[in-house]
Structures are given as structure tokens and as C-alpha cells.
Write a protein that binds this ligand. Sequence first.
Ligand SMILES: Nc1ncnc2c1ncn2[C@@H]1O[C@H](COP(=O)(O)OP(=O)(O)OP(=O)(O)O)[C@@H](O)[C@H]1O
Ligand SMILES: [Mg+2]
Length: 331
Amino acid sequence: MLTINHLCKRYGKFTALNDLNLHIDRGEVFGFIGPNGAGKTTTMRIVCGLLKANSGEVYVDGIDALNCSSAIKRKVGYVPDFFGVYDNLKVIEYMDFFASMYGYDKNDIRETIYGLLELVNLSDKQDSFVDGLSRGMKQRLCVARALIHDPELLILDEPASGLDPRARYELKEILRNLGDMGKTILISSHILPELGEMCTSIGIMEKGRLVTSGKVDDINDKMHGEAPIHIRTLSDMNEAVIILKEMPNISDISMNEDEIIAKINGDDEAVANLISNLISRNVKLIGFEKEQVNLETLFLDLTGNKEPKKGPDDFLSADQIMNGGDNSGEN
Ligand SMILES: Nc1ncnc2c1ncn2[C@@H]1O[C@H](COP(=O)(O)OP(=O)(O)OP(=O)(O)O)[C@@H](O)[C@H]1O
Ligand SMILES: [Mg+2]
């Protein structure tokens, strides 16, 4: 559905996109991850036809996006990272306004607009002024607006930024529904655990290039293959370590007061064999856990950073999200 080949974009002397290559299949929910300034917004704006590239190719459903911007605008719906201000416009008028921009007669499209407002849970706000909506509601309205012309590719730039946990959850449900409806979705976010739950594939971007991309499960599996295991035992830990050292697929063994930590080279079958081996050698296991590698760790490993760059609401952990731990200007 979306293919990007050797895309380059310079702002003056600064290279924002440096030979970017990316492919997203139809029906995928693709998560775009990258630190501030990686080039996510730049990429999205080029795909939507809002920004000119210096070189490269972009195809949306086979259409040359760099040279056919009006055809592309029919194919793509875009939810930008910042909203404009809409004084004295009610929700329904706002939707009518964008429908007319796509050339629809407002009476012909009325049912579609009601359906979209229902999809984003704003049916009861249709006569409210847009400026009086909360940030989460404005965000959902923006999603409804981007869907007016029934685009095949929906592009959302940081849609969850500044939303409280409940609003994030609701937005996630809307995106899940859209995914089920067969829309292809490209979404950028700094909230990595959430992207992991929501996306079928992810791409990690850094300094204008794609570091890696693929199915979340494949990338996770690859990482989990090397994830440490934590072993707790009632037996003498030194004896357990001696047994572990005899095993060919175990490495990096270390110990602290409570547990042994080691790496296993192998899949779930190898893990199962390790457990039964330890038990058959009379190691009394009371705990055995494979460390979960989340997207945050994956991102840091792949981009080689020790710590993520901090922005206003970058890289929240799942706990922070549940505690509403961002400092965004929620209203
Ligand atoms: N209009 C512009 N003029 C000059 N430089 C720009 C312009 N827009 C973006 N840049 C630069 O291009 C780089 C990529 O910016 P972009 O906004 O695409 O990053 P991003 O990945 O979306 O970052 P963020 O996570 O902060 O939204 C940054 O270094 C930015 O400073
Ligand atoms: Mg951006």
C-alpha cells in the first residue's frame, strides 16, 4: 500500500531524510518510532503531498505520490500533530467544512458524517463548539475529519500525545476498529508500549533512516531469543550455577543475593528443556522467568542510545501511562 524508495529531504544544508526505504502492506497498522528529529513528521508530510522531497520515490497504492498530489489526497487521510484554531465552528459545521473541501455536497454526506462522529464517540457533541472540546475530543474529531473521503491509508502523527490514559485507550480502540475495517494505518508515537500493542508492524527511524522494520512478533522473538532468564532456587545457588555451566546453550551466568541470571540461546523448546534438566538434577526451582523485552528496550538497543532523548512526553513506561504520569497540558 505504501512504498518509499531512497527518499531524501533536505532543509537548507540539513539532511532530514537520508535514503529512507520503507514498505507497508495493505491492512497493516504500522508504528513509526524514532527520537525527536528522526524525520517521522517529514516523512508523513511528504507521503501526504504536503511537503516536497529532494529525491526518491513514494507510491501509495501504486500512485506516484511525489508527482500526483491531488490523486494522493484522495487516497490518504492525515491527522497532523498540531491542530489549527477554529473559532466559532461547531463540530458538525467543522465536518461539513472539510466535506466541502473534498467536493461533497453536505446533504449527500450527512449520513457518513453522523457515522464518523459515532465511530469516534462524538455524536453527542455535534452542536458543541470545536474550541470548547477537550484535547482528547479534538484528537478524535481530527480522526473523523481525516476519514471523510474514505481514504485507504490513514496517517496519524503522534495522535496519543497529550492525552490522558482513558483518552489514549479510547483512541486505541478507534484505531483497532479502523484496522479491522481494513484501513492501512501509519502511526507515529513516542509511547512505545502502546504502539507494540496496537501495531502489526513497526519501523524504527533514526537520523533520517530506517534502522529496522518488521512484524512486532518477529522482532520481539528475535530479541527474546537472547533475553536473560532469572532463576530462583531453594538449593545451593553455587551448585545450580555449576550445573548451568555444563549446559552448552547457556551463557553470561551471574548471581545476586536472590537469583541466578543467565542467557539462553534457543527458542521456547530450549527453555522447557532447561527447566526439566534443572529439575532432573534436583535443583529445587521456586522461580523461573524469561525477561520480557519491550519496545522501549528494543528501541534503545537498536539505536545504540543508553537513554532516550527526553521530550515533553517521550517514552513513558506502561506504569507512567497508567498513573497519568505525563506533564502534558490536558484540558
Ligand atoms: N521546516 C523546517 N526547516 C528546517 N528544519 C526542519 C524543518 N522541519 C523539520 N526540520 C528538521 O528536520 C528534522 C526532522 O524533523 P521531523 O519533524 O521530521 O522529526 P520527527 O521525527 O517528527 O520529530 P518529533 O518526534 O520531535 O516529532 C529535525 O532535525 C528538524 O529540526
Ligand atoms: Mg514529529
